[in-house]
Design a protein around this ligand. Structure first.
Ligand SMILES: C[S@@+](CC[C@H](N)C(=O)[O-])C[C@H]1O[C@@H](n2cnc3c(N)ncnc32)[C@H](O)[C@@H]1O
Length: 298
């Protein structure tokens, strides 16, 4: 089997932006939750790391009207989109962008809240990545990591074309693809995907996890249909050498913009997605350096 293909994030900028827009309900609900959690001491500076095209950056800026929000990403094309979106929404006085490779965060300013959605799993050593982020959070500040949840579903179990259960089989193939991709990441360290434990291992105080739903029932509007088509096309491309021939034929039929059974026309497509957000605090006071004098005497 060939090595898993890596994603060229700039090339999928349209998809990323559409995905965040179509599914914005969950980010909005997560931002409200973070506002409740920080009500006593609202964040003054927020970092959206691995921000992509900045849809969530702008949602955070709206949810926290007193905060300046910095979109951080390694892709200048995505940051340009984030800046343009902030301008269109009249948020450019408080939303800034910063090009940076998150493998080294020493140049990042500290923040009271860091939001990292679908980013940490791209790094070989996830605990090291979380620790780097923790190092940029002010004492008592919050790290919110969106990772995991459930595979998104778009199709009825039986589409009426080919063998029923196509999405379950694609999910299983994606699990293998993802596992291979994690193994192939530079410096890859295998860990149990227990995010609260990973946050604790990074020196943070884990607080809790909460899952947010996107539930767009059929019939979908045109943009949501287009999003479903992009997601299925992406699965077809990422899994090109793994999909069985009859499932590939079913997928091509579903992707055909002219076919009545295609996802752009059929009445029964939907979007059901669940994303989990895990949160942790930094200690309220920075840890004191351990000196011989500070050690307990026997
Ligand atoms: C799956 S996208 C997530 C985008 C957005 N956070 C969201 O949830 O919609 C991953 C993002 O991480 C960024 N990224 C990946 N590796 C990075 C690195 N080493 N430094 C900074 N950003 C990185 C990509 O450019 C991309 O925008």
């Amino acid at each position: 089997m060939s090595r898993p293909r890596t994603v060229d994030w700039a090339a999928v900028a349209d998809e990323l932006e559409q995905l965040a827009r179509v599914r914005s309900a969950w980010q909005r609900a997560a931002a409200r939750w973070l506002a409740e959690l920080t009500a006593d001491s609202p964040p003054r500076r927020i970092l959206d790391v691995g921000s992509g095209p900045g849809v969530t950056t702008c949602l955070l800026a709206r949810q926290f009207p007193e905060a300046e929000v910095l979109a951080v990403d390694v892709q200048p094309e995505l940051l340009a989109r984030a800046a343009a979106l902030a301008g269109r929404l009249g948020l450019d006085a408080r939303v800034r962008t910063r090009r940076l490779d998150l493998n080294d965060v020493t140049e990042l300013p500290t923040a009271d809240l860091i939001w990292a959605s679908s980013v940490v799993h791209h790094f070989g050593d996830q605990v090291a990545m979380l620790a780097r982020l923790a190092s940029r959070i002010s004492p008592g500040g919050l790290l919110a990591v969106a990772e995991g949840g459930l595979p998104s579903r778009f199709l009825p179990r039986d589409t009426g074309i080919g063998r029923p259960g196509l999405q379950a089989r694609l999910d299983a193939l994606m699990e293998d693809w993802f596992t291979e991709r994690r193994h192939a990441a530079p410096g890859s360290v295998r860990r149990v995907d227990d995010w609260l434990a990973l946050l604790a291992a990074a020196g943070l105080r884990p607080r809790r996890s909460r899952t947010f739903l996107v539930d767009l029932p059929s019939p979908l509007d045109d943009e949501a249909r287009d999003h479903v088509r992009s997601m299925l096309a992406r699965l077809r491309d990422l899994l090109a050498d793994r999909i069985e021939a009859d499932d590939r034929a079913q997928l091509e039929r579903l992707l055909d913009p002219r076919a009545d059974e295609g996802v752009l026309r059929r009445p029964d497509v939907f979007v059901l997605a669940a994303t989990t957000v895990h949160i942790a605090h930094t200690p309220a006071t920075p840890p004191r350096p351990r000196t011989p004098a500070a050690r307990a005497t026997p």
